[in-house]
Ligand binder design. Structure first.
Ligand code: NDP
Length: 514
């Protein structure tokens, strides 16, 4: 069935064409997968097939790694002056601006998310490229005082080498940009492995990187599944670093596999993020943020505020109003400008979310709203689900402890600040959390005690390219964004120069004959 949602429309004009002669990009060329496999990319809004793309395998990984290795060992990129690399990354940002609507459209078709959100994602991706373009220059390393005037001791920062960058399906371009921009700024060569569920916008990013002047072999793209492409990338002895964003189980498997070759590994994993509201907070703002925190992108957000903790005295009124507003959220196609909450990414993922709702009921949580698929006729083909609120929840429930990655929020009560902090930390994850209160001293006390990589005070969700993002505990290791996001892609090297060498005769018997 050809619908206005189909990619063919966007391929009809050169302005919006998606390069699909071959969907793998190796050593500066678009190529077909060696084994000739392909798969259909599905539009979550109606379950229709969007585009058939190539599906790589270990043979394609081998070719991509070889290209990246040669480009790193013998090519110009690692030795290109940082100012030139920076200029190219600024050009990438300009090209992203110019291609904003094309990329946003394709990301909406592919991920399901609303066009507004896809557009914001593209803006954020451009901002990340600009941030690392600027950070790439002007770092001469540092001089160290060796305690000897004849010695010049310097610490310099060099690229790590060949980096495998593996991304998730929920924010395909944004999460990839957090990796590829600093990796290139630091002078590495890369192999991109987007999620096979939502790979299309990464194809455009690769086009734009080439157009901006990134040399052949520096950026390579292999599409395909985690098992067929991701695993051999992690195993390869020619890959020096793996940066991964995705689920906890995959992250653990990657860490185990990377140990064999002692690779550097950076992991951005999931979260079960507490949103703590004290009675003295601006409740209008807190309520609005609780709604967005839980239901933006249908809750398919690693930092979603899925665990709402309310001070006892405001609990009943707060949840009643939250449920009233949740039921008013307009569900629909991401491409429809009236839509506020899009479908889930796939039928398989919706089944997982539905499994959690069944579990919540079975565990004794009380369903306040949602808990079913929407009933409108026009929403029957896509993977839609209603905003779902569970109250009377407690820490023993799996629905309170596990990442559901759907439009589900669980609500618990607390009476004291200590109890709020205890519940806020009562998760194996440690990605993000928020505290709402008019008492600034309390806000900072609580922020200081929460074991999460990001804490928002009287807000929920913002992040900045210039501030580190990452997880405590099972939410990951390493940091993206900020200066640390660049440091992940650099090795420190100590260069020690003796300007006045003289024999020391450590071995006294080895002195020359007089
Ligand atoms: P997955 O862990 O399923 O997959 C992530 C990526 O890893 C995909 O590209 C996948 O390939 C690939 N992969 C799967 N198995 C392997 C393997 N053995 N070796 C190497 N690569 C592999 O996560 P999702 O895509 O389902 O993403 C959702 C998860 O990501 C959530 O848990 C979410 O919290 C987390 N996330 C974390 C963020 C953060 O900043 N901390 C941000 C965004 C998401 P394929 O799917 O193509 O088979």
């Amino acid at each position: 069935m050809i619908t206005a949602e189909k990619l063919e429309i966007f391929m009809a004009t050169p302005d919006t064409a998606l390069h699909l002669d071959g969907a793998l990009y190796i050593d500066g060329h678009w190529v077909a997968a060696v084994a000739g496999d392909s798969r259909e990319v599905i539009n979550p809004a109606d379950g229709s097939a969007l585009q058939r793309i190539d599906e790589g395998s270990a043979a394609d990984v081998l070719a991509a790694v070889a290209a990246a290795r040669t480009a790193f060992d013998d090519g110009p990129w690692p030795r290109t002056p940082a100012t030139e690399r920076s200029a190219i990354l600024f050009r990438v940002a300009d090209l992203l601006d110019r291609n904003r609507s094309r990329i946003a459209t394709i990301d909406t078709l592919d991920t399901g998310k609303t066009l507004v959100e896809s557009g914001v994602d593209v803006d954020d991706v451009a901002a990340v490229f600009r941030y690392y373009a600027a950070l790439a220059v002007g770092d001469p390393g540092r001089l160290v005082d060796a305690g000897d005037p004849a010695v010049v001791s310097r610490v310099v920062y060099e690229p790590v080498g060949v980096c495998a960058l593996i991304g998730p399906w929920n924010y395909p371009l944004l999460q990839m940009s957090w990796k590829v921009a600093p990796a290139l700024a630091a002078g590495n060569t890369v192999i991109l492995k987007p999620s096979e569920v939502t790979p299309l916008s990464t194809l455009i990013l690769v086009e734009l990187l080439a157009e901006a002047g990134v040399p052949a072999g520096v950026v390579n793209l292999v599409l395909g599944s985690g098992a067929a492409v991701g695993a051999p990338l992690v195993e390869s002895p020619d890959v020096d670093l793996v940066s991964f964003t995705g689920g906890l189980a995959t992250g653990k498997a990657i860490m185990r596999s990377a140990a064999e070759t002692v690779k550097k590994v950076a992991l951005e994993l999931g979260g079960k993020n507490p949103n703590i509201v004290f009675a003295d907070a601006d409740l209008g703002a807190a309520l609005d943020a609780a709604l967005t925190g839980a239901f933006l992108h249908a809750g398919q957000v690693c930092s979603a505020g899925t665990r709402l903790l309310l001070e006892d005295s405001i609990h009943d009124e707060f949840v009643a109003e939250l449920a009233r507003r949740a039921e008013l959220i307009r569900i629909g196609r991401g491409s429809d400008e009236k839509t506020e909450m899009p479908p889930l990414v796939s039928a398989e993922h919706r089944a997982k979310v539905e499994g959690y709702v069944d579990l919540g009921r079975a565990e004794g949580a009380r369903l306040l709203c949602g808990g079913h698929r929407p009933r409108e006729a026009e929403l029957q083909e896509g993977f839609y689900y209603t905003p779902t609120i569970f109250v009377d929840c407690n820490r023993e429930m799996r629905i309170v402890q596990e990442e559901t990655f759907g439009p589900i929020v669980t609500v618990e009560r607390f009476e004291t600040e200590d109890e709020a902090v205890r519940l806020g930390n009562d998760t194996a994850y440690g990605l993000a959390g928020a505290v709402w209160t008019a008492d600034r001293a309390r806000a900072h006390r609580v922020a200081g005690r929460l074991r999460h990589g990001t804490v928002w005070i009287n807000d929920f969700g913002p992040y900045l390219p210039q501030a580190e993002w990452g997880g405590f505990k099972l939410s990951g290791s390493g940091r993206e964004l900020g200066p640390s996001g660049l440091a992940e892609y650099r090795e420190a090297k100590h260069v020690y120069e003796n300007t006045a060498p003289s024999a020391q005769y450590w071995f006294s018997g080895a002195k020359p004959k007089e």
